[in-house]
Design a protein around this ligand. Structure first.
Ligand SMILES: Cc1cc2nc3c(=O)[nH]c(=O)nc-3n(C[C@H](O)[C@H](O)[C@H](O)COP(=O)(O)OP(=O)(O)OC[C@H]3O[C@@H](n4cnc5c(N)ncnc54)[C@H](O)[C@@H]3O)c2cc1C
Length: 396
């Protein structure tokens, strides 16, 4: 019987990890199944572009996985039972319960609502394709006019506001944030950011906490009413509740607690990567939810899975955080690097050169799904008996 590896989620972490696993393990010894809600690899980093009305290239997972032997199941993961090693899914064929021997959990995250009244009912977000398309439709219905309020002062809000303003110049775009807009950026990046927002005509309300969202306005803590034909909630990410209900040990925020190798600390046959994993770097700080973190943690999880299944020592891969690449519409951007203490460097790459760097990074995502070894030759390894015996013992 083949060892069944199941990968939940085919985003930046899952699609990449599945492709890498298929190139490291023998097809006649392992069966790799990827479960994903959508038939495509969705470039989540472009969801503000999609909402703004731009057409994005599709990346069908069957095409990305062609020739690898990876099985794709387009279905929603409803539940994971880490004790019984089962995953409940709902797809075109109805609801099913699937068994696994090794699980890689990479379901990513969605918009954090922070229990603010009205957000669930009235606000839009760009954390996934269905929600971005919903916002796009609503903006189409506004016929190019109206006021859009973006709530948040961090990366997603910073990228969403200029994208909407550039692609839909008839809109009035405002942004409200509890703290400072891009307060962590170095001085040159921050002044560039404000110049860009001025150029786009975006009104910024700093130190403004939105406490309630209604259909056509939002209300701040000091009672200020902010008009909004569409409120775009971009105040951070939260992981899906599936992990917390699975029996796996999770952090307070629901992210799966993993060791240095991305193994669940409670269930060593479960690995997690990407936004769903609470991974600690060598400097003791958690990795931020980001595309780079998804790549690093996926690489580490694959090394650990291959090591654990083949009896080889798994190498530690780098878990670093070097900074942020930020788009300000299609022609402008900021590439802010951080120093060893993770403080923003005084200088940052800005303008068109930064936009070109960002475009290259975005294009590298789907490319790496097709070429997960980055063109380097790789050897496949045979499974050791050890993991199979361990599984049988646990199952007995
Ligand atoms: C608008 C926007 C811009 C961003 N810009 C940047 C940036 O510039 N730089 C950066 O580093 N990061 C950026 N990010 C963050 C980055 O996209 C995430 O950190 C990254 O996608 C995490 O990868 P992941 O594989 O963990 O999750 P995802 O890429 O979200 O993949 C998760 C996958 O799981 C699937 N899934 C989820 N739930 C279920 C379910 N119940 N059943 C089945 N399938 C499910 C999803 O459909 C998806 O395919 C941005 C995010 C957004 C929303």
């Amino acid at each position: 019987m083949k060892h069944r590896i199941m990968v939940l989620g085919a985003g930046y972490a899952g699609a990449y990890a599945a492709g890498l696993l298929a190139r490291r393990l023998h097809r006649d010894e392992v069966e790799i199944t990827v479960v994903n809600a959508e038939p495509d690899f969705v470039e989540r980093m472009r969801m503000h572009q999609l909402a703004a009305g731009q057409e994005l290239r599709r990346h069908e997972l069957t095409e990305l996985f062609a020739g690898t032997g990876i099985g794709l199941l387009v279905a929603r993961v409803e539940a994971v039972d880490a004790e019984r090693r089962t995953v409940t899914v709902t797809g075109a064929a109805g609801t099913d319960r699937l068994e696994y021997d090794t699980l890689l959990y990479t379901l990513g995250s969605t918009a954090a609502q922070h229990d603010v009244p009205g957000v669930a009912e009235y606000a839009f977000h760009v954390a996934g394709r269905p929600s971005a398309l919903r916002l796009r439709q609503h903006l189409d219905d506004l016929d190019g006019n109206g006021t859009v309020l973006v709530v948040g002062g961090n990366l997603t809000a910073i990228e969403a506001a200029p994208e909407l303003a550039e692609s839909r110049p008839g809109l009035r775009v405002t942004l409200a944030t509890t703290g400072e807009l891009g307060g962590w950026l170095g001085p040159s990046a921050r002044s560039h950011l404000f110049r860009a927002f001025d150029r786009f005509g975006i009104t910024v309300h700093e130190h403004t906490t939105v406490e309630r969202v209604e259909q056509s306005y939002a209300v701040a803590a000091d009672g200020t009413v902010l008009p909004a034909d569409a409120t775009v909630w971009a105040a951070g990410f939260a992981v899906h509740p599936v992990a917390a209900a699975s029996g796996l040990t999770v952090e307070e925020n629901g992210r799966i607690r993993v060791d240095r190798m991305m193994r669940s600390v409670s269930h060593p046959d479960v690995y997690a990567a990407g936004d769903s994993a609470f991974a600690i770097r060598d400097n003791g700080r958690p990795l931020p939810m980001s595309c780079a973190s998804a790549g690093f943690t996926a690489m580490q999880a694959v090394a650990a899975i291959v090591g654990d299944l083949t009896g080889r020592e798994a190498p530690e891969t780098s878990l670093s955080y070097v900074g942020n690449h930020i788009s300000l519409g299609r022609k402008d951007g900021i590439f802010q690097l951080v120093d060893a203490a993770e403080r923003s460097k005084t200088w940052a790459l800005r303008g068109r050169p930064a936009a070109r760097v960002k475009a290259a990074i975005l294009n590298a995502g789907p490319w790496s799904m097709r070429h997960p070894t980055y063109g380097r030759p790789t050897r496949k390894h045979h499974l050791a008996d050890v993991p199979r015996q361990r599984n049988e013992e646990v199952a007995a």
